[in-house]
Design a protein. Structure first.
Length: 154
């Protein structure tokens, strides 16, 4: 049995309401790059639960392929990856998508890694083990930066 919906049964949204609905229903995409499958799974679940569309990869090569083919709102990037240097990936991402916020999330705690990451354009630098609430807040700020709210004109 088919259900017929006529145009008069669908409420018409004014432009402001339509924009609000679109901003609420559009999932922002986040790329996670980490070689530890347990961390990938934990971050994927955490961010997906928070309403993000999440892509998780474990290599530099896959990360750059994803950045070239998908419009992400933010990237979580580990520095120590099996096929290369995360800092080099950071630089390449900055060249490909300069406005894409990249959050470095790594076990490297040395100040020189933090300084190198931030000087090469990282949005933020977090260390493992990470605080879930801090990570959520940083990801939300990064996404908000890449997708500022649209002004409402009446």
């Amino acid at each position: 049995m088919a259900i017929e919906i006529s145009a008069h049964t669908v409420p018409t949204l004014r432009p402001r309401e339509a924009r609000q609905m679109n901003s609420q229903t559009t999932l922002q995409a986040v790329l996670i790059v980490d070689d530890d499958p347990d961390i990938l799974t934990a971050l994927h679940d955490l961010l997906e639960h928070d309403g993000f569309s999440v892509t998780a990869v474990s290599t530099c090569r896959d990360a750059l392929t994803q950045v070239r083919t998908t419009n992400f709102s933010a990237v979580l990037l580990d520095i120590g990856l099996p096929d290369g240097d995360g800092l080099a990936v950071l630089e390449t991402i900055q060249a490909l998508a300069p406005s894409l916020p990249v959050i470095v999330l790594t076990a490297f705690t040395a100040l020189d890694y933090r300084a190198k990451s931030l000087s090469r354009g990282a949005f933020s630098y977090l260390t493992k083990p990470y605080n879930r609430d801090e990570l959520r807040a940083v990801v939300r700020r990064a996404v908000d930066l890449s997708h500022p709210p649209m002004p409402f004109n009446n």
